[in-house]
Design a protein around this ligand. Structure first.
Ligand SMILES: [Zn+2]
Ligand SMILES: [Zn+2]
Length: 332
């Protein structure tokens, strides 16, 4: 059976293999498989695109930063405009190809359903308008504010600096470690957001999207944006370069447009480009599982790892039953 035939009757596409731990966590160590996974499966193509874009952004798209006073409104405005345009280009083109044009139909689509145009859960009863609103008005604003003040603090010498000409090895290592640190940071804040009071008042807004699309990526409550983009403040303690600071915004602000696309692969002229994140899609379906990402496998340790198989589904249901019966027992 080919990949494209794996759309199940009841729902959509299922990747052929159960989600396992990446080879970088294997013991004994598997160096060749680990490097191959890192370069081909993890970083290609999006990680490389974001790194390239961060270098271009620092050298050509970031305005002159005045270090004599506080960051100016026009500087912050240009950063907002740049991020707004980049997110609109990425989410907009993915949405156009996958949903408006339905360029590949339901091939590689995780859910058979399309995005909602009627549900009262969403602003204007339209999932896409709702997602665009929260992403651009709140998401890009918090992201750009944190990026602008961190860049300004770097230029002003308030935070520690590293330079590509002197600290080349350090910055290459930092860029690699950054992806894992960022995913670990995501796991931690995500667990906090699932604390019931915070879930109900904040995180529920992102989870209204059980079925996700590219614009769902950073469609979040403003408080969630503050936590989500707080990764920028790591650079107030750890020496970095502006290209790494800008990469933080691209990985966290643009990356989710790809991982929430709702499609495992994007097909362009029969070429397959990796896109959606089945692991995180399972979190949107089942809520109390897969809080993190596979590259920061806290879920594996905490027994909340859902590998996408029927067996994992059954054990998740059994675990939930056990939890609800024990909490019933405590309350009675
Ligand atoms: Zn999500
Ligand atoms: Zn969640």
């Amino acid at each position: 059976m080919g990949d494209l035939d794996r759309n199940t009757e009841s729902d959509g596409y299922r990747p052929p293999d159960p989600i396992g731990l990446p080879p970088i966590f294997a013991w004994p160590v598997r160096p060749i498989k680990s490097v191959k996974w890192l370069l081909v499966e993890f970083l290609f193509p999006w990680g490389f695109i974001f790194v390239g874009l961060a270098i271009v952004s620092w050298n050509f798209l970031t305005p002159e930063i005045e270090s004599s006073g506080p960051p100016s409104l026009s500087f912050m405005g240009i950063i907002w405009l740049k991020n707004c345009l980049l997110l609109t280009i990425l989410s907009g083109s993915l949405h156009w190809w996958l949903y408006s044009r339905a360029g590949q139909g339901t091939k590689f689509k995780f859910s058979r359903r399309w995005l909602s145009r009627t549900s009262s859960r969403f602003l204007w009863h339209n999932q896409v308008y709702d997602n665009v609103f929260w992403s651009l008005v709140s998401g890009v604003t918090v992201w750009s504010l944190f990026e602008a003040i961190t860049l300004w603090a770097w230029v002003s010498g308030i935070i520690p600096k590293a330079s590509w000409s002197v600290d080349t090895g350090y910055l290459i290592a930092l860029t690699c470690v950054f992806f894992f640190a960022s995913s670990s940071h995501f796991y931690l804040i995500h667990r906090v957001l699932h604390w019931k009071p915070l879930y109900r008042s904040v995180h529920e807004l992102h989870h209204r999207n059980v079925n996700t699309g590219p614009w769902t990526g950073i469609s979040m409550h403003p408080v969630e944006h503050l936590l989500f983009f707080s990764m920028f403040f790591v650079w107030w303690l750890v020496p970095a370069h502006p290209s790494v600071i800008i990469l933080t915004g691209f990985f966290k602000g643009l990356g989710p447009a790809v991982t929430h696309s709702g499609f495992d692969k994007v097909l362009v002229r029969e070429r397959r480009i990796s896109a959606g994140d089945w692991f995180h899609d399972l979190h949107h379906r089942h809520f109390e599982t897969n809080y993190g990402n596979i590259e920061a496998p806290f879920d594996w340790v905490m027994n909340t790892w859902h590998n996408g198989t029927d067996e994992a589904q059954r054990s998740m249901v059994a675990r939930r039953r056990l939890q609800s019966s024990s909490s019933d027992g405590q309350s009675s």
